[in-house]
Design a protein around this ligand. Structure first.
Ligand SMILES: [Zn+2]
Length: 313
């Protein structure tokens, strides 16, 4: 019998809830990254910084520093040494081919001493199960209709034979990949089965969900005082999806509201570990969940509903 219930989580060190962030690099300059991460480090957060390991060789589809910037990579290595996780945001800030992707993962290993554990897709051709492939039929057709086909036929990381295919490399080298993003600050309440394996997406070992905080206004909404208090009361876990390059820093000043909210959160009895550390901990509770058809339909329906009516990512 299908059930969505999972036992209440006992967090490490007697903590009451968990909070972390996967930060996509889009739009983030080296200097702004130093400002935001300096604050996070000082407040005791240890989150995940997504990077592009590859040097751009074609026209970028996004702004933001990549690992060809020596200072950016040096700063990321310092964060890693301080306990932050380095995640993967596809090869670079434009679509890439299979051999480039493999060379980029080797470069990641040179920079950071290991393969990435967690990734989040960038809107490249080499994205894994992205666009309409985030869903299964019949909701896939609904998604194509509501997005007017904008994302159809653009993502091929999981399509054998395509020049951007790297599916089995992803399975060999990366453990966790983000798919659904929900409005609820308690990601674990929206997706109790994470991390989960989805047999309809065999090239990804395990999936996780996130909470909507893609830019500063959305992040600040999600982390409103009342949501912080609810996350704590529910004993939940938040994996915030964001871009620290999207309106968190004006001039040389980090958003004062961001600083206040993060400071308030830091004083709560939360576990503030990186994304992979949190997912590995969750995985200890029930092994790796095999997503049932019932659970998949529930996750897909809620995600699509919120995307259409609440504009989530
Ligand atoms: Zn991106």
């Amino acid at each position: 019998m299908a059930t969505d219930a999972r036992p209440a989580i006992r967090w490490p060190d007697g903590k009451q809830f968990a909070f972390t962030i996967f930060d996509d690099p889009d739009g983030q300059t080296v200097e702004d990254g130093k400002r935001v991460y300096g604050l996070l480090a000082e407040m005791g957060f240890r989150t995940t910084r997504g990077v592009w390991p590859g040097t751009p060789v074609r026209t970028p589809n996004s702004l933001g520093a990549a690992c060809d910037d020596v200072e950016y990579t040096r700063h990321t290595q310092m964060l890693q040494a301080a306990g932050f996780e380095v995640g993967y945001h596809n090869h670079t800030k434009h679509s890439s081919r299979r051999q480039e992707i493999i060379a980029g993962l080797d470069a990641f290993k040179d920079f950071f001493g290991r393969d990435p554990s967690a990734m989040a897709n960038h809107y490249n051709a080499d994205a894994m199960y992205w666009g309409p492939a985030r869903l299964t039929p019949p909701l896939r057709a609904v998604y194509i209709a509501v997005t007017v086909g904008r994302t159809k036929g653009r993502h091929f990381g999981h399509i054998p034979g395509h020049e951007s295919f790297w599916g089995e490399v992803c399975r060999e080298r990366i453990q966790y990949c983000r798919n659904f993003v929900y409005a609820d600050v308690n990601t674990l309440a929206a997706c109790p089965s994470m991390p989960y394996h989805d047999p309809t997406k065999p090239f990804v070992n395990a999936w996780y969900a996130s909470s909507e905080g893609s830019n500063a206004p959305r992040f600040l909404d999600a982390l409103h005082e009342r949501n912080q208090d609810r996350l704590e009361a529910e004993g939940g876990a938040c994996i915030m999806y964001t871009h620290f390059g999207h309106a968190f820093v004006e001039g040389d000043t980090v958003s004062p509201r961001f600083v206040d909210l993060m400071r308030r959160l830091s004083r709560k009895p939360g576990w503030f570990a990186p994304v992979s550390t949190l997912l590995e901990y969750l995985q200890q509770y029930q092994g790796l969940t095999q997503l049932s058809d019932h659970e998949r339909r529930k996750l897909e329906t809620r995600w699509l509903w919120e995307k259409v009516f609440r504009g989530t990512s």
